[in-house]
Structures are given as structure tokens and as C-alpha cells.
Design a binder for this molecule. Structure first.
Ligand SMILES: CC(C)(COP(=O)(O)OP(=O)(O)OC[C@H]1O[C@@H](n2cnc3c(N)ncnc32)[C@H](O)[C@@H]1OP(=O)(O)O)[C@@H](O)C(=O)NCCC(=O)NCCS
Length: 170
């Protein structure tokens, strides 16, 4: 089930961040800020009591910025990131935002593939964006409003029946 993240999820998201991003994980303080800031909207994918994935965006006046998306290693390839991203795009679209932007490491083909599948295209290269590793990032963007959230039937193709319950976070 997808639902809006709340501050009570903090402990579980700290754990998930470290399992997904290792030494690049957000700290507890950074996560607390992300969950509390009015301009941020985060969603979690929860199965019983376990949070298997999460993602969120920053909402500006016209543009949204995808902040992060991550799924536990043992829960990957089940369509969880795709479902979260579809809901994130739909939510930003409903707010009347016009574009969603993001940055992604050039050495992350899985994420680049995911974003391209959801209509993002590369707009430029940000040299040395990720420090201290000095890894470049692709800047990617996707129009909102005119285009649907993602591949049609994406959720139902990948998830079992009981997992298709999705509630709107707004
Ligand atoms: C990238 C990530 C979020 C994908 O999560 P997921 O739940 O496994 O993704 P899904 O099952 O929803 O897959 C959706 C699409 O993403 C792409 N994708 C996912 N994993 C992929 C991989 N290992 N290689 C290539 N493409 C991949 C594919 O296009 C896939 O569609 P398909 O299955 O029809 O080919 C996950 O691998 C992850 O958490 N990685 C570490 C954190 C990270 O890099 N986050 C993104 C940057 S912040």
C-alpha cells in the first residue's frame, strides 16, 4: 500500500536509507527535515508493518524536484519504485506544477532506466555534482499536465492483487 510518509516513520526510514544508500544515506536530521518541511511530499510503500520503499519531491511554484526514491534490495524488481513514481508524478500534476526535474548519478543505469520509462529526458550534465566521490549527474526533466504518470498498466502488471491498494496522500 502506498501512503503519505509521516514523522512517525522516521526510525524505519533511517534504517531503509542506510540499507539502500549505504554511506551516502541521509542522516537522521536530514530525513527529519525532509519529512517535516511543508514544501516536501514523501510517500512510502508499506507491506504490513514494513516499509519497503519510499520517495518524495520538493514542490516549488511551478516546478517539482524529485528528491529521492529507493527500494530495499530484497523488494526490487516488483514494480515498487514505478508505483511510487507514478503516484509522485500524479500528485505533482494535481498541484498544478508544470515540470518535474531531477538529478541522477551517471553511473546508476537502473535509476536512469526507471526515469526514462516515466518520460524523463536528459537536459544536461552536472560535472562533479556528487561529492566527495566527484561523480557527474544527469539533469533530467519531464513535463507535467499533458502526459500521463507512466506506462499504462504498470502497477497491475507488476504487483500481486493484494498489493494494488493505493490510497491518495492528498
Ligand atoms: C532504482 C530503484 C529505485 C528501482 O526500484 P525497483 O522497485 O526495483 O524498480 P521497479 O521494479 O519499479 O522497476 C521499474 C523500472 O525501473 C528500471 N529498472 C529497475 N531496476 C533496474 C535494473 N537493475 N536495471 C535496469 N533497469 C532497472 C526498469 O526500467 C524497470 O522497468 P522494467 O521492470 O519494466 O524493466 C532501486 O534499484 C533502488 O532503490 N536503487 C538504489 C537507490 C537508487 O539508486 N535510487 C535512485 C536514485 S535517488
Amino acid at each position: 500500500m502506498i501512503r503519505g510518509a509521516v514523522l512517525e516513520d522516521l526510525d524505519r526510514l533511517v534504517d531503509l536509507e542506510s540499507r539502500v544508500f549505504g554511506d551516502q544515506a541521509w542522516s537522521r536530521q536530514e530525513l527529519r527535515f525532509e519529512l517535516s518541511a511543508l514544501s516536501r511530499i514523501y510517500l512510502v510503500w508499506e507491506d504490513q508493518d514494513a516499509i519497503l520503499g519510499y520517495g518524495g519531491y520538493w514542490s516549488g511554484e511551478r516546478d517539482a524536484e524529485l528528491m529521492t526514491i529507493g527500494v530495499l534490495p530484497e523488494a526490487r524488481h516488483r514494480g515498487i519504485a514505478g508505483s511510487l513514481l507514478a503516484r509522485i508524478i500524479t500528485g505533482a500534476d494535481r498541484k498544478g506544477l508544470q515540470r518535474m526535474n531531477l538529478k541522477v548519478r551517471v553511473d546508476n543505469p537502473a535509476a536512469i532506466d526507471l526515469y526514462e520509462k516515466f518520460g524523463f529526458s536528459q537536459t544536461g550534465l552536472c560535472k562533479g555534482y556528487y561529492q566527495p566521490e566527484d561523480v557527474d549527474a544527469w539533469a533530467m526533466t519531464r513535463p507535467l499536465s499533458s502526459v500521463g504518470p507512466g506506462p499504462v498498466g504498470f502497477v497491475s502488471n507488476k504487483l500481486s492483487e493484494g498489493q494494488e491498494r493505493i490510497i491518495d496522500h492528498e
